[in-house]
Design a protein around this ligand. Structure first.
Ligand code: AMP
Length: 610
C-alpha cells in the first residue's frame, strides 16, 4: 500500500448526510430546491485525529498543499456530498459510477483526484474526458485548468468539432496531460494517430446518458476498446438507462457507486407522467385527467393569471371545488385559500408559479402542469408540491407536440424518467368511477352507524317506501345509489373520438421522423415538406441501408459543428440518403468538416439540397 493510500484509509473524513450540494456556491433559494444528499460509506475518525481540527473540509483526502491552496483561493471551504463520496475512491484509483446532475460539483469530484494522481514528465495524455457537447467539453477543460492553477506546467486541451484540427494536432504534439473532447473529434484524432492513448491511465465519461441520447454510444465504445487494458474508468450520468448500465458492467471494473438525489426527490415517490394534448383540447383533457387521476388535493399550474381564471371557471362549472392562487389574490386571502385546501373544503387549486412558491400542503396527491413550466427549475419546484411528508404523489405534464423536445431537460433536472400517458378515454374513466363507487359503497356498508338514532329512522323510512311502492330491496338500494350519484349520472358519455385522432396524428408525426419523438422514420419516398424559413436543407449520404437513426445524425452533427442539438431541424431518412435541416449561414470550414464526417461508418458527403 502506498503512503497516499494509507493516508486515505486512515483519513478522518466523515460523510455528513445532511450536507448541502455546494456549501458555498449556491444562492439560498436554489439551495433549497436542489440541495443534495449522498448515501455512502462513512469513514470514522480515530480519537487522535478527531482532536486535530482540520483547516478546511478538503484536508483529509490526501490532496497536495498546492491544490488545497487553489481550492481555498476559489473559496471552496467544504466538499459537496458527491465530492466527499468520490474523492477517497478516486484517489485510490478505483473505477466509479456516479449518478449526479450538473450543479452537484461533479466536475471537481473527478477532476481533483485525477489531477493529484497525474505523473509529471510524461509526454502523452494521462487523462481523457469524453463529454457530449462542445460547451461541456470547454467547461470541463476550464475547470481542470482552474484546479491545476498550482501546477502551471500541466497542460489541458479541449478538442471538439468546428475548430481548427491543425492547431489541436500541434498542441497534442507538444505534449498534453489532460484531453477533454467530444467523442467524434476524439475518435478522429485517435484514428489519425494524432492522439496517443497508449499512456492513458484514466477515462471519464461525463453525462453518459446524454452521449447515449445524442447517438455517440458506438463511438464511446470504440474509444473504450482502443484504450490500454489497465485504466481507471469513471462514469457520470444524470439518469441510468439500461444501455448505460450495460456499458458500465462491460467496461468498468468493480466500480464504486455513488448516487446523489435531489432533496425534492429524496424519500418521496413522485410518479411523473406526460401527455401530448393539442391546444384546442387542453381544457377537456384536463377534466379527463382529473376524473381519472384526481382524488385528494390537486394543484394545477398555469402560466398566466388569465389562464388560471379560465381553468378554474371551467372546472367549477363541471362541479369541482376550486380555488385560484395568482398574483392578483391579496396576501391575507392567499393564506385563507391555502387553509381551505389543507382542510379539504377545496380540492383543486389553480395557481401560477410565483403565487404557489413554497406551498406546503400534505394532502396534495397530484400536480398537473397544465402549461409547460418556463424552465426545469420551475418544474422541479412545481412537482415538489406533491409527495410531501413521506407520501407518494403524481405529476402530470401537459405538452403540445412541439413542446415534447423539452422532456429530456426535465428528466435530467429530476433525475427520474417521465412516462408518457394518453388522455383517458370514456371507458377508462367510467371503469375508475365504477371502482370508486364500489369502494365507497363497501366502506359505507361496513361502517358502524355513527348515529344509531338516525339509522333507526332511515330503516323505518326504507320500510315505509318499500311497502307503499311495493319495491324489492334491490330496487330501493338502486334508487339510493342514484340519489348519491346525483343528476349528472355515473358514466361519462361525451365524444372521445378526438383522443384517438390525436394519437393517430401523433403516430404519423413520429413515422415522418419528427425529432420531437424519435420513434421512427419513414421508408417511403413521400414528397418532403419545405424547410422552415431560417433553415437550409442538406442531403447526406447515409440512410436506412446504414441503419442510421435521427439520434445518430443529431449527435454527430452537433458534436462536429458545436450546434446545440435542439437547433438541428427536421431529419428525414430515406433508403440511400437523408435530409437534414440546419440553421442557414453555415461557415464554410464547418461545412467542409461535415463533408468528411463519418456516421455509421459512412462519410456524410453533405451537399445542399436545393
Ligand atoms: P458542476 O456540478 O461540476 O457543474 O459544478 C457546479 C458549480 O459548483 C461550479 O461552478 C463549481 O465551481 C462549483 N463547486 C464545485 N465544488 C464546489 C465546492 N466544494 N464548494 C463550492 N463550490 C463548488
Amino acid at each position: 500500500m502506498t503512503e497516499q493510500q494509507q493516508q486515505l484509509e486512515d483519513s478522518s473524513c466523515a460523510v455528513d448526510l445532511s450536507a448541502s450540494a455546494l456549501p458555498e456556491d449556491k444562492p439560498e433559494d436554489k439551495k433549497d430546491q436542489v440541495q443534495d444528499e449522498v448515501f455512502t460509506t462513512t469513514i470514522e475518525a480515530t480519537p487522535e485525529e478527531a482532536k486535530q481540527e482540520p483547516q478546511s473540509g478538503f484536508d483529509c483526502f490526501g490532496f497536495s498543499e498546492a491544490l488545497l491552496k487553489t481550492l481555498a483561493e476559489k473559496g471552496y471551504s467544504d466538499p459537496s456530498p458527491i465530492q466527499k463520496a468520490a474523492f477517497p475512491e478516486l484517489m485510490l484509483g478505483r473505477d466509479l459510477v456516479g449518478q449526479a446532475q450538473t450543479g452537484t460539483g461533479k466536475t471537481a469530484a473527478f477532476a481533483l483526484p485525477l489531477l493529484e494522481r497525474l505523473e509529471s514528465g510524461r509526454k502523452t495524455p494521462q487523462v481523457l474526458v469524453l463529454a457530449p457537447t462542445r460547451e461541456l467539453a470547454m467547461q470541463v477543460a476550464d475547470s481542470f485548468k482552474a484546479y491545476a492553477a498550482g501546477h502551471p506546467h500541466l497542460k489541458v486541451l479541449a478538442v471538439y468539432g468546428g475548430t481548427d484540427f491543425r492547431s489541436q494536432i500541434s498542441t497534442l504534439r507538444r505534449g498534453v496531460d489532460v484531453v477533454v473532447g467530444t467523442p467524434g473529434r476524439v475518435m478522429d484524432h485517435m484514428r489519425q494517430g494524432t492522439l496517443d492513448t497508449s499512456g492513458l491511465t484514466s477515462l471519464v465519461l461525463d453525462e453518459a446518458d446524454e452521449m447515449l441520447r445524442m447517438g455517440f454510444i458506438d463511438d464511446v465504445e470504440w474509444i473504450l476498446e482502443q484504450l490500454p487494458k489497465e485504466r481507471q474508468v469513471i462514469l457520470f450520468s444524470a439518469t441510468m438507462p439500461s444501455e448505460i448500465r450495460r456499458l458500465s458492467k462491460r467496461y468498468l471494473n468493480d466500480p464504486a457507486e455513488v448516487t446523489i438525489k435531489t432533496k425534492d426527490q429524496d424519500g418521496k415517490l413522485i410518479r411523473q407522467r406526460a401527455i401530448t394534448v393539442p391546444m384546442s383540447h387542453k381544457l377537456e383533457a384536463l377534466q379527463r385527467v382529473l376524473d381519472a387521476c384526481g382524488g385528494e388535493g390537486v394543484i394545477i399550474f398555469a402560466r398566466t393569471k388569465v389562464i388560471t381564471l379560465t381553468v378554474a371557471e371551467t372546472l367549477e362549472a363541471a362541479g369541482h371545488q376550486v380555488a385560484v392562487l395568482n398574483g392578483d389574490v391579496p396576501q391575507n386571502q392567499r393564506e385563507r385559500t391555502v387553509e381551505r385546501l389543507r382542510s379539504g373544503s377545496v380540492d383543486v387549486l389553480v395557481a401560477t408559479d410565483v403565487a404557489a412558491r413554497g406551498l406546503d400542503v400534505e394532502r396534495i396527491g397530484l400536480v398537473i402542469n397544465y402549461d409547460m413550466p418556463f424552465d426545469s427549475e420551475a418544474y422541479v419546484h412545481r412537482i415538489g408540491r406533491t409527495g410531501r411528508a413521506g407520501r407518494t404523489g403524481e405529476a402530470v405534464l401537459f405538452m403540445t407536440p412541439r413542446e415534447r423536445r423539452f422532456i429530456r431537460n426535465l428528466e435530467r433536472a429530476t433525475g427520474q424518467p417521465i412516462e408518457m400517458m394518453e388522455v383517458p378515454g370514456n371507458t377508462a374513466i367510467n371503469q375508475g368511477r365504477l371502482d370508486r363507487l364500489r369502494k365507497r359503497l363497501s366502506e359505507a356498508a361496513n361502517e358502524d352507524a355513527a348515529n344509531p338514532e338516525e339509522s333507526a329512522l332511515l330503516q323505518e323510512l326504507l320500510q315505509r317506501v318499500s311497502t307503499e311502492l311495493e319495491l324489492t330491496p334491490e330496487q330501493i338500494a338502486l334508487a339510493a345509489l342514484n340519489l348519491a350519484i346525483g343528476p349528472n349520472g355515473l358514466l361519462r358519455k361525451g365524444d372521445d373520438d378526438w383522443i384517438q385522432n390525436t394519437q393517430r396524428m401523433d403516430r404519423d408525426r413520429g413515422d415522418r421522423g419528427d425529432r420531437g419523438d424519435r420513434r421512427g422514420e419513414r421508408r417511403s419516398d413521400r414528397p418532403a415538406r419545405a424547410p422552415e424559413e431560417n433553415m437550409q436543407r442538406y442531403r447526406v449520404a447515409v440512410g436506412h441501408r446504414d441503419r442510421v437513426k435521427p439520434g445518430n445524425l443529431v449527435g454527430a452533427i452537433a458534436g462536429e459543428t458545436g450546434l446545440d442539438g435542439r437547433s438541428i431541424g427536421r431529419i428525414q431518412i430515406f433508403d440511400n440518403h437523408s435530409l437534414v435541416d440546419l440553421p442557414k449561414g453555415m461557415p464554410e470550414d464547418i461545412f467542409n468538416s461535415l463533408r468528411s464526417l463519418r456516421v455509421m461508418n459512412r462519410e456524410l458527403q453533405i451537399t445542399q439540397d436545393s
